[in-house]
Ligand binder design. Structure first.
Ligand code: ARG
Length: 435
């Protein structure tokens, strides 16, 4: 029977039920729904809105229902309209009238807003833990290869020498900002909407601070209309998650490049690679490609949320039911990407000798050569031009800056002396720049 059976003279059409139902999505919030109901019933009893006996009957049976769902003894009915209805109906079947009193001074509108906040608050903790793991893995890899010299790139052209550690530290900085963004959003969303009712609060003498305290919120929403219709936190989180995916995708792209034969800076562990159905020689970086691809899902989730919300009049509208599929998918995706990337990076083999080989080609110490002439008193523009001529000569004769004889240097600029070889030594270049 529907919650609204009194007003209606007909059962809902099956197609209405199927279309309207959100149980497939919101059943994952059962623990939060029960936690919220226990806090609400505790408050109702404390304020004398329901009797102490009813309060105890409700809270103890809800705790049992929760334990039974966890153990698998109680199965969530896939035909229920949503998780709120399922829990309330199960409670009422078991304890009768007391169960029917649970929804006093509450609406599913503030209830669902509460459940999502509670659920996402936990999800933030999981993502934060995973981000910190990845951060730790990258720091560790960087430390292990703090003197592995590789080419730094601009335009994917070899640019200047850096260490592998310096390269990875760009990613740890991104991760620090990602962690900050999630923590920030998590703090801002930690406000209880309970007591907002359908939109206009309630006439019962409820205690919103008490439920907020019981559920570990910093405070409760100042506007009841905003309390039921605010989904900014979903959008903020999806946006923070999108940026995380931008970073994971950029890192993945580099790993795809690095494990190609063209680069061969790293070798992925067999346990975190895949083969081909036809080409026996292949070892593919599928994980990183999937991470790169899955970034699109998360951006899509963000766009879904923005679009769902942008035209809604106050307060609650059923459109908002679409929020959960999007924001849950964003969290699921980021979590599975991080969960797989961390061990893949932990087990990948770094090949510093190949990095060094790549660093030796491409004249990535040319800037240092020009800087050397500047130290001899030449203006930078003239030093740049002279070094350009040196590089052009090397390309023509098949030399490198390291192998070009001093007399050839001197023909281009007589300020060159033996010291140039010291200046263009890759280890020195890296050290002088603090890379
Ligand atoms: N399934 C709904 C949602 O996710 C719960 C709230 C329903 N409220 C209502 N007035 N129909 O948004």
């Amino acid at each position: 029977m529907k919650l609204w059976a009194g007003r209606f003279s007909k059962e809902a059409d099956k197609r209405t039920n199927d279309f309207n139902s959100s149980i497939a999505t919101d059943s994952r919030m059962y623990a939060q729904d029960i936690e919220g109901s226990i806090a609400h019933a505790t408050m109702l009893a404390a304020k004398g809105i329901i009797s102490a006996e009813d309060g105890i009957a409700i809270t103890s049976e809800l705790a049992k229902i929760s334990a039974e769902i966890v153990s698998g003894e109680l199965l969530i009915d896939p035909n229920a309209e949503d998780i709120h209805t399922f829990i309330e109906q199960t409670l009422t079947e078991r304890i009768g009238d007391a169960g029917k009193r649970l929804h006093t001074g509450r609406s599913r509108n503030d209830q669902v807003a509460l459940d999502i906040r509670l659920y996402l608050r936990n999800e933030c903790d999981s993502v934060l833990a995973l981000l910190k793991e990845l951060f730790g893995s990258l720091v560790k890899k960087g430390e292990e290869y703090s003197d592995a010299i590789m080419p730094g790139y601009t335009h994917l052209q070899r640019a200047q020498p850096i260490t592998f550690k310096a390269h990875l530290s760009a990613y740890t900085e991104m991760l620090k900002r990602d962690i900050g963004r999630v923590e920030d959003a998590q703090k801002r969303m930690n406000v209880s909407p309970l007591g907002s009712g359908a939109l206009a609060g309630t006439t019962y003498p409820i205690d919103r601070q008490l439920t907020a305290d019981l559920l570990d919120f910093d405070t409760y929403t100042a506007s009841t209309l905003d309390g039921v219709s605010d989904r900014d936190f979903c959008i903020e989180l999806a946006s923070a998650l999108s940026l995380i995916m931008v970073h994971l995708s950029r890192l993945s792209e580099e790993i795809v490049l690095w494990c190609s034969w063209e680069f061969k800076f790293i070798e992925l562990d067999d346990a975190f690679s895949t083969g081909s159905s036809i080409m026996p020689q292949k070892k593919n970086p599928d994980i990183t490609e999937l991470v790169r691809g899955k970034s699109g899902r998360v951006f899509g989730d963000l766009m879904t949320l923005l679009t769902v919300m942008k035209g809604l009049p106050l307060a609650y509208n059923k459109d908002m039911q679409e929020d959960k599929d999007a924001v849950f998918d964003a969290f699921d995706t980021v979590k599975i990407c991080l969960t797989t990337l961390v061990p893949m990076i932990d087990t990948m083999k770094v090949l510093p000798e190949n990095m060094r080989k790549a660093a030796a080609g491409g004249f990535i110490n040319a800037t240092d050569c020009a800087d050397y002439l500047v130290s001899k008193g030449l203006p930078f523009r003239d030093a740049y031009k002279a070094t350009g001529e040196v590089v052009a000569l090397c390309i023509k004769t098949g030399e490198t800056l390291e192998t070009l004889p001093l007399e050839e240097y001197k023909k281009i600029c007589d300020l060159f002396d033996e010291g140039v070889y010291e200046a263009i030594n890759l280890e020195n270049c890296v050290r002088r720049r603090g890379m």
